[in-house]
Design a protein around this ligand. Structure first.
Ligand code: NDP
Length: 282
């Protein structure tokens, strides 16, 4: 039976560390500050924004909430971002996605200063990740690396298979595993014989967006399985992209859903804000 990688415990450790570093900066006169922009009132987005605010409060990061009307124009949103880009007291800017249909999301993301892009979505940060420079990394895949490292799992030299190639999860995940000297394969919807490829993995990271898609036949004995997926079934119960019940007897380590990758995303957001403030204070 696999050992559980406990994202709640590991994210709590990380938040404690951030809290201490934020207190140290505060003692030197810097209040770490994150600006969170939400356009409209999509209920799921409101929950995510609320959770981010709570985490900020807990670690001692000041959060500035910008709750904009659904009919906010592209120009108004870009002007707000530009104003925040210019403010010396703002270390991170986060625009909650998805944005309403009339807003061009890509332009919004690229308007955030790369130095305050704590989500790690700006092309400059994506580029820095791929050429090995210092920059912000997308929070979810960065959280997966922390889960592995803090569970004592070696990445170097391992066969790592990532299922999913989104800009937010799959691609940065692959780049990070490569940076840690894993041997990386990326799979997607056009991959042939998916199970044959995933069965090669010592470390299998799944970000497909399909509930319980990965069953035991996709997994090698003793593999480490990381489930990024998150779904709510009709009874309100959460599950991932991995069929936990069939896979966990085969795996050596596995992340549960909930309580695996999910809590790490916000912990990494806090870490990114802190890093930004530390850089700005230098
Ligand atoms: P996307 O829908 O953007 O990407 C899904 C990827 O999976 C695509 O690359 C797609 O391939 C691939 N895919 C789809 N079907 C198959 C298949 N049958 N076989 C192989 N590959 C397939 O999703 P995200 O990356 O944004 O998210 C993935 C999951 O992770 C979701 O469940 C999401 O809710 C969750 N998530 C969780 C987070 C957390 O904090 N825990 C944060 C972000 C996401 P192709 O490119 O060819 O279409």
């Amino acid at each position: 039976m696999a050992q559980i990688i406990d994202g709640k415990v590991i994210s709590a450790q990380m938040k404690e560390e951030v809290k201490q570093r934020a207190a140290k900066l505060a003692a030197q006169g810097t209040t770490v500050t994150l600006a969170v922009i939400q356009v409209g009132n999509d209920p799921a987005s409101s929950v995510y924004v609320g959770n981010k605010k709570k985490a900020c409060e807990y670690v001692g990061i000041r959060s500035l909430a910008y709750e904009l009307e659904e009919d906010t124009t592209q120009k108004e949103l870009l002007e707000l971002i530009q104003e925040l880009n210019g403010r010396g007291d703002v270390n991170g800017i986060l625009v909650q996605l998805p944005l309403p249909g009339h807003i061009r999301e890509e332009e919004v993301i690229q308007t955030i200063s790369p130095d305050k892009d704590v989500d790690g979505f700006h092309v400059q940060n994506v580029g820095r990740l791929n050429v090995g420079g210092e920059g912000f990394v997308s929070c979810t895949p960065a959280g997966v690396i922390q889960l592995l490292k803090r569970s004592g799992i070696m990445i170097e030299g391992k066969e790592c298979v990532v299922v999913g190639r989104s800009n937010i999860v799959g691609k940065p995940m692959a780049a990070l595993l490569l940076r840690e000297n894993g041997t990386v394969t990326v799979c997607h919807s056009r991959t042939k014989n998916l199970a044959e490829v995933t069965r090669r993995a010592d470390i299998l990271v799944v970000a497909i967006g399909k509930p319980k898609f990965i069953t035991a036949e996709y997994v090698k004995d003793g593999a480490v399985v990381v489930d990024v997926g998150i779904h709510r079934n009709e009874n309100g119960k959460l599950c991932g992209d991995v069929d936990f019940d069939s896979v966990s007897p085969k795996a050596s380590y596995i992340t549960p859903v909930p309580g695996g990758v999910g809590p790490m995303t916000i912990a990494m957001l806090m870490e990114n804000c802190l890093q930004s403030a530390e850089r700005m204070a230098r």
